[in-house]
Design a protein around this ligand. Structure first.
Ligand SMILES: [Zn+2]
Length: 543
């Protein structure tokens, strides 16, 4: 859409908002294309408030009552009793994954509010749905199926308080909290402990199998100069093609289109140390698949992490998030079939990949080939009374050229890919965890001897940080080649399907984000190690 059209539409929306607020009924006023009930709490309050869970539902009800293109399901009933909606928009409407699949259209999934205090995506996705159903974005349903979860962490959103997001400059004053009952939902991609994650995996990721996940956040404070920063699903043990396309084709195109259409600066996610001004490198967060966007790459699907700039005012952050969502959907409107094709090819490649190759289990952050021009606020050095130097941030935006962009990861440790993993029937909890990921777990029909690799654990190395109540464990030890007989009824996980890379990352003993890392075997291993110098890792690799 041309910018002038967009502006006219926004003016119409703004005029309507003013009329609603002032109670005007002018004959000259442009007829509204939607009703007042379809406006978000943020819009109605002039961005002094963010929507509560009930207000999100009220807007969805208002949209739903005027369209046949919306279908709603329940994501989950939260601990506090909130019935969190999944909203499916399609034209013609679909009410089942089978209908979605039969349509042949790619499925795009927009998720907001996983961190309850980061409220922008929630408002922005409601506005996007309204634009798609009743505004100037109706073409976005021509050839794709859109799934929205506008309020993922519903309980966290409604734990409203002041100062839960100080970097958002208290706009809005009251926001929810990051976690759901103290649990950070965006660290749960592998161990799947929260009800929200279980529900997401079964009711969205496995049920609707989206080709692209967009996860909407707000940064925690770096004073770069962009309105929004982004990251792909980082390539680790997964097939690299999906991450490569996202980072080398899709994200650069989006960066360019938001600049051209809206004069907004979007760029790679990251932070730098202003105490070594001027910055020479920008560093991102982490590669681990416990972060949901990174998780998608292990399933041969694409993902985009979106982080609006926390220091912008609330209305700007919502506008920015809305622009990004709608531009992503414009992109998928044009290129959705390509995305779907790349994902399906990755499925086939992973399923057919031969055992015996090496794949990464631990990764290091490395710079991308292309350095970036970093837009940022300038920091100025000054001398403190004790003679030391500190820095004060100025209001001046500067571009620093040639900054190394640490937004890529390389394996620093690898392991052999087996044909299957086998473990004792005593580990039924492990089987259940695999099933939560949609992984097929079978049992042996007869006693069977396997040759392969047994990992001998020498030490359960405890990390120093605590996350979600875990002190993570990194195992050290060695693989030995051996033959082992397993009994009828014991578990087998075959590596001949499209989820092989996910299985590998979850089950490898030295994986930096697998089940061992999340303490699933600590009690077992520590007891064994109290009796002996080494302990057998409870999962055997058949080759
Ligand atoms: Zn966040």
């Amino acid at each position: 859409m041309k910018r002038s059209e967009r502006n006219q539409y926004q003016l119409a929306v703004a005029a309507f908002a003013v009329c609603v607020v002032l109670g005007l009924h002018s004959a000259q006023a442009q007829p509204p294309s939607f009703t007042e009930a379809m406006m978000t709490a943020a819009e109605r309050s002039h961005y002094e408030r963010t929507s509560t869970f009930n207000e999100v539902i009220e807007v969805l009800d208002a949209l739903d009552s005027e369209t046949d293109l919306m279908y709603r399901e329940t994501l989950l009933l939260t601990r506090e009793g909130r019935d969190v909606p999944i909203v499916v928009l399609a034209n013609p409407a679909v009410s089942s994954p089978a209908q979605a699949e039969a349509s042949g259209k790619p499925v795009i999934y927009i998720q907001a509010n996983i961190h309850g205090g980061e409220v922008e995506g929630k408002e922005a996705s409601l506005i996007a749905m309204r634009d798609i159903l009743f505004g100037d974005k109706q073409h976005l349903l021509d050839n794709q199926i859109l799934i929205f979860v506008p309020i993922y962490n519903a309980d966290g959103n409604d734990a409203l308080r002041e100062n839960s997001r100080p970097n958002q400059e208290l706009s809005p004053v009251m926001t929810g909290v990051r976690t759901a009952h103290g649990y950070d939902l965006n660290r749960d991609g592998m161990i799947v402990e929260a009800e929200e994650t279980e529900a997401l995996f079964s009711n969205v990721i496995q049920r609707w199998d989206p080709d692209l996940l967009v996860d909407l956040h707000t940064t925690n404070g770096t004073w770069h100069g962009n309105s929004l920063t982004y990251a792909p699903s980082y390539a680790t043990a997964g097939d690299a093609s999906t991450s490569k396309y996202t980072s080398e084709v899709m994200l650069p195109a989006l960066k360019q289109s938001v600049k051209e259409k809206y004069n907004l600066d979007f760029d790679w996610y990251g932070g730098y140390d202003y105490r070594s001004w001027p910055p020479t490198e920008l560093r991102t967060y982490h590669h681990a698949p416990r972060y949901l966007t990174n998780y998608m790459g292990l399933r041969n699907r694409m993902a985009i992490l979106s982080e609006t700039f926390s220091h912008d005012r609330f209305y700007k952050r919502v506008h920015t998030a809305n622009v990004f969502v709608e531009e992503i959907l414009e992109y998928t409107h044009r290129h959705g079939m390509t995305i779907q094709q790349i994902n399906r090819e990755a499925d086939r490649r992973v399923a057919a990949a031969s055992m015996g190759r090496q794949n990464g289990v631990q990764f290091s952050m490395v710079p991308r080939e292309e350095p970036l021009d970093l837009l940022t606020y300038r920091y100025i050095p000054y001398q403190k009374p004790d003679g030391s130097t500190d820095f004060v941030r100025s209001a001046e935006l500067v571009t620093i050229e040639g900054v190394l962009n640490y937004n890529r990861f390389e394996a620093r440790k690898t392991a052999l890919v087996p044909s299957s993993y086998i473990f004792s029937a005593a580990f039924s909890g492990l089987a259940a965890k695999l099933k939560a990921h949609g992984i097929r777990v079978e049992t042996l029909k007869a006693d069977t001897a396997f040759s392969g690799q047994q990992f001998l654990v020498h030490e359960v190395g405890k990390r120093t940080t605590v996350q979600n109540g875990h002190i993570n464990s990194l195992l050290s030890g060695e693989f030995v080649d051996t033959t082992k007989t397993f009994s009828r009824g014991e578990y087998v996980v075959s590596m001949d399907g499209p989820l092989a890379n996910l299985i590998f990352y979850l089950l490898e003993p030295e994986s930096d984000d697998g089940f061992a890392y999340w303490n699933l075997f600590d009690a077992f291993l520590e007891e064994e190690l109290s009796l002996s110098e080494s302990a057998e890792y409870p999962i055997f690799k058949a080759l």
